[in-house]
Ligand binder design. Structure first.
Ligand code: ZN
Length: 276
């Protein structure tokens, strides 16, 4: 009998402990709820204000630093997996690395970037020429704005999925949505922005990434002069079948001054130039 009483007593103690623990958990959950809500809101804001894709320019971007302003050097970044040791591309060929829907980023590609004043990054090797081009454009009374530059695999993935979602919303099935999205936002792993050698530049008074961009004074200037600074209009009109990307009168790719001069003179796109 005594044993039974002991068992009953122990069970009673356990139930009290259980109830107390439950109450404590409820209290804790009540306290943690505002913290979780705040963290969730912060993450949503961070995602909403990530660098934009090739469709809209959001948020408005600042310029590159003035020539004599300091820039921050960033450690090499791997475009695929930062933990994997890099296989550097042979010296001299980095400027002409071909990345398109049929040629993904080289495996373990790494890039040493510099951070521009607006927080965007570019391969440090193209920075001096990019700065010279921006300075020259401004000296002619114009206001170019770099709205997109180096992108990580994660950022490209996010932009691509947004674009796929846009087509799914229009009623496309998954395969068709992915195919259409890939024409304006490169499939992750096949974007030149992941090289750190591509920049999207718009006119401060017309920050739209569509064909109307070609009519801005900034684009007219860049189309006439970018080659002098080693940049080419990478996706020209009439070359979409070869590049796999729609006409983008805002996307410039660094190839170095010598090759940019020849590409401009020949009137070819990078794929045609490299095929010769
Ligand atoms: Zn671009």
């Amino acid at each position: 009998m005594r044993q039974i009483e002991n068992v009953v007593h122990k069970r009673y103690i356990c139930q009290r402990k259980y109830r107390r623990r439950k109450k404590r958990l409820h209290r804790l959950a009540r306290h943690l709820f505002p913290v979780s809500a705040f963290l969730f809101a912060t993450i949503v804001c961070m995602v909403a204000f990530m660098p934009s894709g090739d469709k809209t320019v959001d948020p408005p971007a600042a310029d590159v630093p003035a020539s004599n302003e300091s820039i921050q050097n960033s450690p090499p970044q791997s475009a695929s997996d930062p933990s994997v040791a890099s296989e550097p591309i042979a010296a001299g060929t980095w400027k002409l690395v071909l990345v398109n829907p049929w040629n993904p980023l080289p495996e373990n590609y790494t890039v040493q970037t510099v951070t521009l004043q607006n927080g965007l990054q570019v391969d440090e090797r193209c920075y001096p020429d990019l700065q010279a081009m921006m300075d020259a454009c401004r000296a002619d009374g114009l206001t170019p704005v770099i709205c997109s530059a180096y992108r990580t695999q994660e950022v490209q993935e996010s932009l691509y999925q947004q674009e796929v979602g846009r087509y799914l919303d229009k009623g496309y099935d998954q395969d068709a949505a992915e195919a259409e999205a890939g024409k304006s936002v490169a499939v992750p792993g096949t974007s030149e922005h992941q090289l750190g050698l591509a920049v999207d530049i718009v006119d401060i008074d017309h920050q739209l990434l569509d064909e109307s961009q070609e009519n801005t004074e900034v684009q007219k200037w860049l189309m006439a002069h970018s080659w002098e600074y080693g940049f080419i209009l990478r996706y020209p009109t009439g070359k979409s079948e070869i590049t796999g990307i729609i006409y983008e009168p805002w996307h410039y790719r660094y190839v170095g001054r010598d090759d940019a001069k020849q590409i401009h003179a020949l009137g070819v796109c990078l794929e045609e130039y490299l095929a010769d």
